[in-house]
Design a protein around this ligand. Structure first.
Ligand code: ASP
Length: 587
């Protein structure tokens, strides 16, 4: 080995020991007749001391060294004069007797420090240098430990980790597939799995009983902020269980994770129906670290002279505690926010609850003090609070209010880092109507079971059918989702019918599963968690990229490799693929 110790472990206990360390040069300082070098490896930093008077030839060699060079040194551990209390090795340094240069290095394009001067693009292009930085490296260490703990928990609960293939069949029903041409079968394609959904169901039919896999999934979607075309799921499936069993078992996992990594007892998880989530938070992934629930105000604000409200399908308010003294400017600023293209509201109504019990609002012309008092009572607003009101079409107003609620949560610093609120969203609708294509889509996926008591509505009132489906939400992020599956072929057929699939289409796309159901499928269900996002939420980060060693940018590119790239004609010929790309000038 090219070292006896790592750069993170030597302390006063090792004084006078002869040691060999290897690593990268973080920093070089000249001080009188001495050269000090901070040597870094994955485990930490150790100070090296070169004494010119005592060992001039080594010092001369050290003069040549530069940042990020790779060296190996042998020397004696001695106590340091000026100690560094911030690092575990800060009490000692190595008096260097031998120096070997293992590799030279060019000056890195950005500083390898906790706070780097490199921008995002540059750091991604040289991600291997970025990973040398503590914040990124620590994230990868965290991810490893979290994965290990999850594997342990699931194994202890009888789950088998089973790998499923990456080259599978295309199922156009979900997101867009990434396709892989098959050279041996000209004109035919594999697809990369969007998730192992159908395969894990087949494993239940195979009798595996409890399956999990920490697995890469691929979705060719237009990249929204903080999405990756490939991401990792903790994918799970169980047989002979009901929804309650799954919620309990995975609640246990979530509690275990918080206890292990945050030393927090998060207790029993709150459950909220999808309907209530939409009604009170305008979102199926509410951040419930703070209250500020929506209050519907149609009954108190309609049938007066204010046309905007009279014509609205929904009038909804939130109470901003302690904001009753907001200035005109502050309110204008919030109004600008709701009118911004991102939120898209036409306007906002406010009511300030004055300390003397009176009210001042932007609609004083239309409403008496008594009217406003009724609103305040409904919102449980006290003197010193402010009520913000939006109105319009139900679904859009809820979306807009959701944005406003989160924005106010940010402004009032109610979304605190280090505070965690996890909850289950349950009772999702089974189907979702799409205006554009005039058909129903599965809200979760086509294998999700309706609630047994709603099965008979599949044909008569499909829009009202609720599903045995659930999501896990932490701090406003969707961390996981799953469902009890359909396991009877008849019901699966009915579901495809509700989704407007002809028998033939269903057979073509999912025949393998429908047929497997004929051979004794056990009742089963499961869940999948977004592993990258779980890491990010637990570390109070907004970005899953921080937890992926080699992520792609917003255009789906890996700028380091780089990928994607054009392919050689010869390779294309082998695959029997002819490109038909139009260049910009139409040639
Ligand atoms: N396969 C589903 C998904 O990727 C999760 C599940 O239902 O288990 O969303």
């Amino acid at each position: 080995m090219l070292r006896t110790h790592t750069c993170g472990e030597l302390t006063l206990n090792n004084i006078q020991q002869t040691v060999t360390l290897s690593g990268w040069i973080q920093k070089i300082r000249h001080l009188g007749g001495m050269i000090f070098i901070d040597l870094r490896d994955r485990y930490g930093i150790t100070q090296l001391a070169f004494n010119h008077e005592e060992r001039p030839e080594i010092c001369e060699k050290a003069e040549k060294l530069g940042r990020e060079w790779v060296i190996s040194v042998t020397g004696i551990v001695i106590e340091r004069y000026s100690k560094n209390k911030n690092i575990p090795t800060g009490d000692i340094e190595i008096e260097v007797h031998e120096l070997e240069i293992l590799n030279e290095a060019e000056v890195p394009p950005f500083t390898i420090e906790d706070e780097s001067d490199g921008g995002d693009e540059l750091r991604m292009k040289y991600r291997y240098l970025d990973i040398r930085r503590n914040p990124v490296k620590n994230n990868l260490v965290f991810r490893h430990k979290l994965g290990l703990e999850i594997r342990k928990y699931l194994s202890n609960n009888g789950f088998l980790e089973i790998e499923t293939p990456f080259l599978v069949n295309s199922t156009p029903e979900g997101a867009r597939d990434f396709l892989v041409p098959s050279r041996m079968n000209p004109g035919e394609f594999y697809a990369l799995p969007q998730s192992p959904q159908t395969l894990k169901q087949l494993l239940m039919i195979a009798g595996c009983d409890r399956y999990f896999q920490i697995v890469r999934c691929f979705r060719d979607e237009d990249l929204r902020a903080d999405r990756q075309p490939e991401f990792t799921q903790i994918d799970c499936e169980m047989s002979f269980i009901e929804q309650e069993d799954i919620l309990n078992l995975f609640e246990g996992l979530v509690q275990h994770i918080f206890k292990t990594f945050k030393n927090l007892e998060i207790g029993k998880l709150e459950r909220l129906s999808w309907n209530d989530a939409m009604k009170y938070y305008g979102s199926d992934k509410p951040d419930v670290r703070f209250d500020m629930r929506f209050v519907e105000l149609n009954d108190v604000l309609q049938h007066k002279d204010f046309k905007v409200f009279n014509e609205a399908e929904l009038i909804v308010g939130i109470k901003a505690e302690g904001c009753g003294n907001y200035s005109r400017k502050q309110i204008d600023n919030i109004t600008d926010f709701v009118k911004s293209p991102r939120v898209g509201a036409a306007g906002m109504v406010y009511i300030l609850c004055n300390q003397d019990g009176s009210f001042k609002s932007s609609v004083d012309k239309f409403y008496s003090q008594d009217d406003l008092r009724k609103v305040a009572e409904k919102c449980e607003a006290k003197p010193g609070d402010m009520i913000l009101i939006l109105s319009g079409k139900k679904s859009t107003t809820r979306k807009q209010m959701c944005e406003l609620r989160l924005e106010m949560g940010n402004r009032l610093e109610l979304r605190k880092a280090g505070e965690y609120k996890a909850l289950w969203i349950v009772d999702f609708p089974l189907l979702e109507w799409d205006e554009e294509t005039q058909r129903f889509y599965a809200m979760h996926h086509p294998f999700t079971a309706p609630k047994p008591e709603h099965e008979s509505w599949l044909e008569s009132r499909p829009g009202d059918v609720l599903a045995n489906a659930y999501d896990l939400v932490i701090n406003g992020s969707e961390i996981g989702g799953g469902s009890i599956r359909i396991h009877r072929p008849e019901l699966q057929k009915q579901m495809f019918k509700a989704l407007n699939f002809s028998e033939e289409q269903a057979q073509n796309q999912f025949g393998f599963l429908i047929n497997a159901f004929k051979f004794g499928a056990p009742p089963h269900g499961g869940i999948a968690f977004g592993f990258d996002r779980l890491c990010a939420v637990l570390c109070d980060s907004d970005s899953i990229r921080d937890f992926i060693a080699f992520p792609k940018n917003n255009a789906g590119r890996d700028t380091m490799l780089p990928a994607p790239t054009p392919i050689d004609n010869k390779q294309l010929e082998e695959l029997n693929i002819k490109l038909n790309l139009q260049t910009e000038n139409g040639k």
